[in-house]
Ligand binder design. Sequence first.
Ligand SMILES: [Zn+2]
Length: 126
Amino acid sequence: MATPGKAPDTGKDADTGDPETREVVVKVRLNASGDPEVSKEYFYVSKSKNEEVRWVCAQEHDCSKNRPCFSVEFKNNDSPFYEYQFSSDAPVSGLVRRNVLPSNQIYKYTVRIGEKSSDPGGGVNQ
Ligand SMILES: [Zn+2]
């Protein structure tokens, strides 16, 4: 008779609690004066650990209504990654390019939110 209802899936299982992550998270928000600001003035990714950057929106708004709510672009297309443009819709850097060696070079990039921008940077270490 009554179909045994499918046990409500609590959905907990899929929730990766705290993934052992290879991601370096850089939060993007606006500071008090309305300029874009990142949580790490310089990010560092480890090449040997295959780390990647994930830029995350930390603005107090509904990101789905503001897409893309920020963009990231490396200066002069000089990116340590295979791509040089990222955004809230494409927030993961991917791996460091094979021919980029760990060094103390800083790769400058521009974060844009609306009309405003700022220029933090990042580098690659061992
Ligand atoms: Zn957002």
